[in-house]
Design a protein around this ligand. Structure first.
Ligand SMILES: [Zn+2]
Length: 224
């Protein structure tokens, strides 16, 4: 069994432990860079991560053919299409996290109410249009909402987060859920004021170096 399958199961269990998901909802995948067919490993359909073994993880090739003892997540098209469209993405998490899903059920974008919105690649986290779960239409809508972003909400459904690897995926998903909770709470007092374009551009520049070492005298405006 691939080490990727073991690591994938650990992140799927972490998703539940972080209360981003309960029961069989949600799915996680990791790109298989060792696979010439540009495949990926994805959690199985309808299984609780705590009751899965690594051998239950499913391998899916770019042409959609699945291999393993379980059927792949019903959202496998979504994972396949994101990997095809986004070479920068190495791991994907989809969950029905409570605050993100509450906003998604109102079909709200998360606007630039807080600089942490820039962490997800732009001046908003978009909410994609509604389509039935597991369909190509939902995949198309979600890929569109993710353009130039590493997170999106899915109307009347949940959230999706992209990361370069499994190691950073879960933390990023937890950050998105916290951001959604902040927005939900801020809206309880009325629609909060948003940062303007210049302020968000500055935040985006700062995030180029976020969590990464850089010389103390580095020009903050220099390209990364
Ligand atoms: Zn879902």
């Amino acid at each position: 069994m691939s080490a990727l399958a073991n690591n994938l199961l650990a992140v799927a269990r972490g998703m539940t432990a972080a209360r981003l998901s309960v029961g069989t909802a949600g799915n996680v995948s990791v790109r298989d860079n060792t696979d010439a067919a540009d495949g990926f490993w994805v959690t199985p359909s309808g299984m609780v991560p705590e009751r899965c073994e690594a051998a239950d993880m499913t391998h899916v090739s770019a042409d959609g053919s699945a291999h393993g003892r379980r059927a792949p997540s019903s959202e496998w098209r979504l994972h396949r299409d994101i990997y095809a469209a986004r070479p920068d993405v190495g791991a994907i998490l989809h969950a029905h996290a409570p605050f993100a899903t509450a906003l998604a059920c109102h079909r709200l974008d998360v606007p630039a109410f807080h600089y942490m919105v820039a962490r997800f690649g732009g001046d908003s986290v978009r909410c994609g249009s509604y389509a039935t779960f597991g369909t190509q239409a939902l995949s198309d809508a979600t890929v569109k909402a993710l353009e130039n972003r590493c997170a999106a909400l899915m109307a009347n459904h949940g959230m999706i987060v992209l990361a370069p690897d499994l190691a950073t995926l879960l933390d990023r998903a937890i950050e998105l859920e916290m951001l959604c909770e902040h927005y939900w709470r801020a809206r309880c007092l009325g629609e909060p004021p948003c940062l303007d374009d210049a302020q968000m551009r500055e935040a985006l520049v700062q995030f180029r170096w976020y969590g990464r070492p850089r010389p103390l005298d580095a020009d903050p405006d220099a390209p990364q």
